[in-house]
Design a protein around this ligand. Structure first.
Ligand SMILES: Cc1cc2nc3c(=O)[nH]c(=O)nc-3n(C[C@H](O)[C@H](O)[C@H](O)COP(=O)(O)OP(=O)(O)OC[C@H]3O[C@@H](n4cnc5c(N)ncnc54)[C@H](O)[C@@H]3O)c2cc1C
Length: 510
């Protein structure tokens, strides 16, 4: 077989881009195929209502782009992408006007939590001291020995007694922590949601929950520029419908879900592996609502307006009930809502009398309801008069989200349920889950470990697996913003001996 490129990456979400960056920096000739008209996947922005106001279509807030190993090495700041930390990382208004506030430092947060301040500090402070170790433990997909062995021990000491919330006396701290746990989009409480609460919770007091100045697309543009600078090519409007279209590539990396792998591969996949892929479970959906408003949100508690992210769901008990119904597929009239007013952190996102508001509600998978009124009434409860500021609104039901991006099945923005089992065995239980039984074909999307979020690690780890097994390259390339090396493609001169298993056909494997 004569290959004309070393690697083809299908899909240009943060993971596809991270894979392409890693491969191109290893000296491979890389081409990317993106079905949509622009690169970025979950990092795109669009001007929905007004030419000069850009809305984040999917992701808006980026704790993991501030903290993951891929992005620490890639160094967004050195590439001109400024991650702006809000005054308050996240806020959680309660029905009576009080609010939990997670400040960048622990002191202000704990002061605000009164009698529960010491318990909050006891939970967060040790994790914060081992923050990088904790992030790497999660983000390496638990496939390597932890670089900081204390971090997983600290985590286990918090999770295993199963009393994260019960340790508090008041109602503000439990609500504040439950809002973070709800990012796992599943049953509450659970080990998986508690783990998410600890990972994201401590980050709010350390690396932060920042917003990229100008919008999430800035991250995608920096990554795409790096791919091009290292000789890669990007084709937008290029929907791949079969792996045969990529026979000219020595390796194929799919920034897609397992269902697409099944479709793209046709009958080439071993039956057992295909069966395992079909068992992959999707989680509840997200229904997105965007607003153009005339001014800052009139929160009852004005401190909430200083936050980057606002969690709307009320008390711990109320959120657990809403999330439980959602997991069971029962629509609720008062869903948990995440809201971002980007201009509160990045005033450049607003114009005189016009600013964007981003929100989504947790709803059952495939829920056909337009979320605009649901979200509007949730905001109105904590910010009476919000509706009067709305100039325009746009809703995308969970059931329609996969039309925009097939990876979000039924509106599952996690690209697969984040249960404890599926956070490790993602999409199938394998030591190297990025590598499929098809020689040279790898999965690199959020449907692989470490799962959802803009951290680039699924793509980076998949690319390292491809380098090792397909090209015999065992050393991870440097990702830092140094000038591109002269192009040297191993298409004609492989970098070293590849794993012999990848020279076998699919027959007899799996
Ligand atoms: C509404 C919403 C809000 C979110 N908020 C946040 C947030 O604030 N912070 C955060 O960290 N994360 C957030 N996320 C999650 C985050 O966006 C995703 O986890 C992340 O984008 C996953 O990256 P990915 O590269 O795996 O896939 P994606 O970003 O989904 O990209 C996949 C790309 O592949 C393309 N593609 C798929 N199939 C094909 C094909 N056959 N041929 C060619 N191209 C194809 C798609 O068009 C898409 O561009 C949010 C997601 C949504 C939807």
């Amino acid at each position: 077989m004569t290959y004309t490129v070393d690697a083809a990456v299908v899909g240009s979400g943060p993971n596809g881009l991270a894979a392409a960056v890693t491969l191109a920096r290893a000296g491979l000739r890389v081409e990317m195929h993106e079905a949509a008209g622009s690169v970025g996947g979950g990092l795109r922005c669009e001007a929905y209502f007004d030419g000069d106001i850009r809305h984040d279509v999917c992701s808006a807030v980026h704790p993991m782009a501030a903290a993951s190993r891929f992005f620490r090495e890639f160094d967004l700041a050195a590439r001109g992408v400024e991650l702006i930390g809000p005054d308050i990382g996240y806020a959680h208004p309660l029905d009576d006007g009080r609010a939990g506030l997670a400040f960048p430092g622990l002191d202000a947060t704990c002061d605000g939590l009164g009698a529960d301040g010491p318990r909050w500090r006891q939970l967060m402070e040790p994790l914060l001291e081992h923050s990088t170790g904790l992030v790497d433990f999660f983000m390496d997909g638990q496939r390597s020995l932890p670089g900081d062995p204390v971090a997983p021990l600290l985590l286990a000491a918090r999770l295993l007694p199963r009393r994260l919330i019960r340790g508090f006396r008041g109602d503000v701290a439990p609500a504040l922590l439950t809002g973070v746990a709800a990012h796992a989009v599943g049953k509450l409480p659970s080990l998986a949601s508690d783990a998410v609460a600890m990972l994201l919770g401590q980050l709010a007091h350390g690396a932060g929950w920042p917003l990229p100045r100008g919008g999430s697309e800035r991250i995608a543009h920096a990554m795409a520029d790096d791919v091009r600078a290292h000789g890669g090519t990007l084709h937008t409007g290029s929907l791949i419908t079969s792996l045969h279209e990529l026979d000219h590539a020595r390796a194929v990396l799919l920034d897609t879900g397992p269902d697409q792998l099944l479709r793209l591969a046709g009958d080439r996949l071993p039956a057992r592996y295909a069966r395992q892929l079909r068992r992959f479970r999707y989680g509840p959906g997200a229904a997105k609502a965007d607003f153009l408003v005339s001014g800052p949100i009139p929160w009852t508690n004005p401190e909430v307006g200083r936050a980057g992210t606002v969690h709307l769901g009320g008390s711990h008990t109320a959120i657990a009930r809403q999330e439980g119904l959602t997991v069971r597929g029962t629509p609720t009239g008062e869903p948990f809502v995440l809201l971002v007013d980007p201009a509160a952190t990045d005033p450049g996102r607003a114009r005189e009398g016009r600013r964007p508001v981003w929100a989504y509600a947790h709803v059952p998978n495939g829920d056909p309801r337009d979320p605009v009124d649901l979200v509007r009434s949730r905001v109105e409860k904590y910010a009476p008069g919000f509706s009067d500021t709305v100039l325009a609104a746009r809703g995308v039901p969970a059931g329609d989200l996969e039309t925009y991006n097939p990876n979000y099945r039924g509106g599952d923005i996690g690209a697969g349920a984040m249960t404890l089992y599926q956070s490790v065995a993602r999409p199938v239980p394998r030591l190297d889950p990025w590598r499929t039984p098809l020689p040279g074909v790898f999965l690199c999307s959020a449907s692989t470990p470490p799962g959802p979020g803009v951290h680039g690690m699924c793509g980076h780890l998949a690319a390292l697996s491809a380098l090792r097994h397909r090209f015999g390259i065992r050393e991870a390339p440097s990702l830092g913003p140094e000038p591109a090396p002269p192009s040297a493609s191993p298409t004609s001169a492989p970098g070293g001996p590849a794993d012999p298993a990848d020279r076998e056909g699919p027959a007899g494997r799996g």
